[in-house]
Design a protein around this ligand. Structure first.
Ligand code: HEM
Length: 204
């Protein structure tokens, strides 16, 4: 039923999500600032402030991630992140075809939202990859850079710190790309703002 209201986002996931968004955006801005500046030539934010904010927000984001991880382990929200490999490609293909053509022809979504399936297959795949592959890598590499003495000196003849920093920056770039795609996809709903409202009220 098109007008039926369903409760999809429990309060803990909404608090986690908006805190995560705030911390992630601050990390993105300070990360870009550090990448393109030095103490003499600041870019966007002063170098000193960028370093301090990046460290604080990185630690807070890691603690917040622990809440997400444990919350998904303890509550039923975790089921939305589990994927079955059987038929995965077909489901991803069907959803992509809908995003590319079907929705512009006002066709019905091939995988309607329900309390059992709050994400369509593409969302499920991308959210699971971002949260269970991207986040652990960026958090572990970030913590290692915070305590550089724990990083092994040489990896295949290259400086361990350099390799760790490269991993950190590459995943940061991919997750930032995810954010822009995420924002666009979130505008696809019964109205442009309906999904944003859902993430505030919990109701879809
Ligand atoms: C200003 C920034 C952001 C806005 C406006 C935003 C908006 C939204 C909205 C409207 C939803 C609900 C619709 C849906 O499930 O697709 C959502 C869900 C979600 N977002 Fe975001 N988001 C932002 C940043 C982020 C960031 C930085 C991440 C992680 C890198 C993220 C990860 C997620 C995840 C994992 C969900 C599903 C949560 C669940 O129900 O289990 N979001 N977001």
């Amino acid at each position: 039923m098109a007008n039926e209201k369903i409760y999809l986002y429990p309060i803990w996931i909404r608090i986690w999500h908006w805190l995560n968004a705030l911390l992630f955006i601050t990390l993105m801005i300070t990360g870009i600032s550090m990448q393109y500046s030095n103490p003499e030539n600041p870019f966007l934010v002063s170098f000193e402030l960028s370093v301090q904010l990046h460290n604080i927000c990185g630690i807070l984001l890691s603690i917040n991630y622990l809440i997400f991880f444990l919350g998904n382990l303890i509550t039923s929200n975790g089921k939305h992140y589990r994927m079955q490999s059987k038929g995965l490609f077909t489901r991803l293909y069907n959803q992509s075809i809908f995003y590319l053509f079907g929705m512009f022809k006002k066709q019905d979504s091939p995988y309607p939202i329900s309390t059992e399936n709050k994400f369509n297959p593409l969302q499920r795949f991308i959210y699971s990859t971002a949260m269970y592959v991207g986040f652990p890598i960026i958090i572990v590499s970030g913590l290692a850079l915070f305590f550089p003495e724990i990083i092994i000196r040489q990896i295949f003849g290259l400086s361990g710190i350099l390799v760790t920093a490269l991993f950190h920056v590459i995943i940061g770039f991919i997750l930032s790309l995810f954010l822009f795609i995420h924002l666009y996809v979130c505008t696809i709903g019964s109205s442009i703002i309906s999904n944003f409202k859902s993430m505030i009220t919990g109701w879809h």
